[in-house]
Ligand binder design. Structure first.
Ligand SMILES: Cc1ncc(COP(=O)(O)O)c(C=O)c1O
Length: 356
């Protein structure tokens, strides 16, 4: 029963579930959809024949999504450039299961989004991890060393989670230029003013971009997408599980990505503005180090993360304790929330500092 031993050793993906009034731990959008949009969604949900399988190709949703990308990024994409996933998690898993020789490693920097490691472990694929530098960016010399291990697929989350910063595009380009199949995970790109890799993904055989609707207001429906050259997208689509995008997900996404674009844009602008306001305020607090962020969350370093995490919970504020991860000693990751929640966090943090 080797598989039971393996499963016992497997580190599963963990989320923060402690109940708290102010929840700033999951990098979700602080805002629910408007009542008007929800009414329109309800109308569409009513039309669903629930006994039927959804459109397996999600063609209509892909058309809407292609327009949405053009609107948000100014890049022309066609439905054939897209592969849809039940969250981008599913696409990460799918890519690790099919790209390159399966006995050759998956490359990613550390610290980063844990699913690259979790999926590689589930699929029993070797990994090459290399450390980010003290600014949480990539030194090409460290990357170069890692490339000696002959990885066949590389993941770069940019902006990166949990650090919040964007990664050096030259390092990403360096990996691409060595012919390695390179995945740029742009889950947080809408909160950044940095350039996307979308255009390169549409041109090159070994570049794909991952995106998700989870950070811009639709975490509940689980919808991620991959953008690639048509030939590559069509081949990767063969490895997608059938009917992975449910009928309700397709219906909701179609409404929000057409009639809700202005709402989404406003939420993004709010989060970017609010993030800078909060970071400016936090800089004034003694003993707390602030890291710059291009995402809808930010990282802070405190004198004792376990103490701060526990006491913030006592004050009804939940953030993510990252201290257990390599290079993340005493770091807490905090999502940008509604103004009142951010203020509650700032006050609670000040209170914990004063208790030191
Ligand atoms: C960098 C990164 N990629 C992918 C994901 C997964 O997103 P989804 O909800 O689409 O599975 C996350 C979620 O936190 C993330 O931080």
């Amino acid at each position: 029963m080797d598989f039971l031993i393996r499963l016992r050793e497997l580190k599963a993906y963990k989320t923060e579930t402690t109940p708290c009034k102010v929840r700033l731990s999951s990098n979700e959008s602080p805002f629910d959809l408007s009542e008007e949009l929800k009414d329109k969604i309800l109308e569409e949900i009513r039309k669903i024949n629930f006994q039927k399988y959804p459109d397996p190709t999600a063609r209509a949703l892909k058309e809407v999504l292609a327009d949405f990308i053009e609107e948000m990024d100014g890049v022309v994409v066609s439905p054939e450039n897209l592969v849809l996933g039940n969250g981008s998690d599913e696409l990460i898993h799918m890519l690790i299961s099919v790209v390159g020789d399966l006995d050759k490693p998956v490359l990613y920097p550390v610290p980063t989004f844990p699913m690259y490691q979790v999926s590689s472990d589930i699929l029993r694929r070797p990994k090459v991890e290399f450390f980010l530098n003290e600014d949480f960016d990539i030194y090409i010399s460290d990357l170069d060393m890692a490339l000696y291990e002959n990885p066949q697929i590389a993941f770069f989350a940019s902006p990166n989670n949990p650090t919040g910063n964007s990664l050096n595009p030259e390092a990403i380009r360096y990996t691409i230029d060595r012919g390695i199949f390179t995945v740029i995970d742009e889950a947080y790109i809408h909160f950044s003013d940095r350039k996307s890799f979308l255009k390169l993904a549409l041109e090159m055989d070994n570049v794909v971009v991952l995106r998700t609707m989870s950070k811009i207001g639709l975490a509940s429906i689980r919808l991620g997408y991959l953008v690639a050259k048509k030939e590559i997208a069509q081949l990767l689509d063969k490895a997608r599980l059938p009917f992975n995008i449910t009928y309700p997900t397709q219906a909701v996404a179609k409404v929000v990505l057409t009639e809700g674009i202005e709402e989404i844009k406003k939420q993004i602008e709010f989060v970017k503005f609010e993030r800078e306001r909060v970071l400016t305020t936090l800089k004034e607090i003694d003993k707390v180090k602030i890291y710059p962020s291009d995402a809808n969350f930010y990282l802070i370093k405190v004198p004792d993360a376990d103490f701060f995490h526990k006491n913030l919970i006592r004050m009804d504020v939940l953030v993510r304790n990252m201290s257990h991860l390599p290079k993340m000693e005493n770091c807490l990751r905090v999502s940008v929330g509604k103004r009142e929640d951010n203020n509650a966090f700032i006050q609670a943090l000040k209170d914990v500092v004063s208790e030191l």
